[in-house]
Each structure stands twice: as structure tokens, then as C-alpha cells.
Design a protein around this ligand. Structure first.
Ligand SMILES: [Zn+2]
Length: 199
């Protein structure tokens, strides 16, 4: 149960006004998963956008990543297809998964003992990285490739290495970001349906 903070203020007629903290604020797990999802919006991959967020034991975010081509490899020159006659013409040999990028992007000396929030259950290659980086648990939202060899191998590795994993059960299905919430008048000239395109 959350502690309810109360603040008493006396108005001029002597009545007590009690102000309590907001109750519908984001809890930490929802917040970290939402950061992973927001990061995924940076992905150029037309078929799969995945984000990951690494959090230390003090609930501080120490790494964020999303799936994308390696640094310096032009997104416009790389293939993004899922299938092709030649595997070299698909994205798979090249793309860096969100987990890899989150670990590589860490802003702390290491991520030992940290938790990773990630939209999709990690593949076997990412499981190797998670284990070697010392991440202690993985919180994922979707496990849609559960029966694939990659995910089966991943579970085998994580189990042997003692990395915990659990599915995130969100309390709400959507979190809406509304830029106009802070100041509707600051949004003059921006239409709600306007899309912003940039690399
Ligand atoms: Zn992966």
C-alpha cells in the first residue's frame, strides 16, 4: 500500500484543506517498460520495433536501446526485408537488437546486478549478452516467438546462468503522451494529426 501524503493548510475561515498526492502516477515497472516502448519508436525497422531499458538497483536508468543498424552503417543502404533469396539481402545478418544497444549504450561502468525491461523476450544472442553483462533479471512484455529455436536456446541459457525472467503484466494497455497537457496554448499551429518525419 502506498503511503498517502497529507498536507494541511488552514484557510481564512479555519477549514482544513488536505492535499493528497496523485494516485494515478506511473509505477516504476510501467515507467521503465514505457521508456523501452518510447525508445522503440526510434527504430527504422519497418516490421519490428523493439526497445530495451536497463535499470540499476536504485531504480536509475543506466542504458536504453532499440533495434537498428550498427553505427556508421547507413540505414538507407542496408536491407530491411525479412526474407530474400540470399540471406545477405535480409536485415538479419546486420541489425543490432535493442538489448545489445542498451548494454552498449550504458552510462555506468557496468550493468552487473541490473534489470532489463524489454518489449520482446530476448533471443539467444541477446541472452548471451545479458548473461555476460551480469544482468540479473529480464522483464519482457511479449513472448510471441516462444517456440522458436532462438527463444528455446535463450531460455536454456538464462536458466543455466540463473538469470531470472518474468512477463510484465501491465495494469493499463495504453500510456498516452500529450504534449499539449502542460500548456495547450504552446501548441498553436500544431495539428493533432500532424506527423513529424526526420531521421
Ligand atoms: Zn536478440
Amino acid at each position: 500500500m502506498d503511503k498517502v501524503e497529507t498536507k494541511a493548510a488552514y484557510s481564512c475561515n479555519g477549514e482544513v484543506t488536505v492535499t493528497r498526492k496523485r494516485q494515478d502516477y506511473l509505477e516504476w515497472p510501467e515507467y521503465f517498460m514505457a521508456v523501452a516502448f518510447l525508445s522503440a519508436q526510434r527504430s527504422k525497422d519497418p516490421s519490428s520495433q523493439v526497445g530495451a531499458c536497463i535499470v540499476n538497483q536504485e531504480n536509475k536508468i543506466v542504458g536504453i536501446g532499440y533495434n537498428g543498424m550498427p553505427n556508421g552503417c547507413d540505414d538507407d543502404l542496408m536491407p530491411w526485408s525479412r526474407s530474400a533469396e540470399d540471406k545477405l539481402d535480409t536485415k538479419y545478418p546486420y541489425v543490432c537488437h535493442a538489448e545489445l544497444n542498451a548494454i552498449m549504450n550504458k552510462n555506468s561502468a557496468d550493468v552487473k546486478g541490473c534489470s532489463m525491461y524489454v518489449a520482446l523476450f530476448p533471443c539467444n544472442e541477446c541472452a548471451k549478452l545479458i548473461i555476460q553483462a551480469g544482468i540479473k533479471d529480464v522483464i519482457y512484455l511479449s513472448d510471441k516467438y516462444h517456440d522458436s529455436p532462438e527463444m528455446t536456446a535463450s531460455r536454456r541459457l538464462l536458466n543455466l546462468a540463473g538469470v531470472q525472467y518474468r512477463q510484465f503484466k501491465p495494469k493499463r494497455s495504453r500510456i498516452v503522451l500529450d504534449f499539449s497537457a502542460i500548456d495547450p496554448s504552446a501548441m498553436n499551429g500544431v495539428s493533432v494529426s500532424e506527423e513529424v518525419h526526420s531521421s
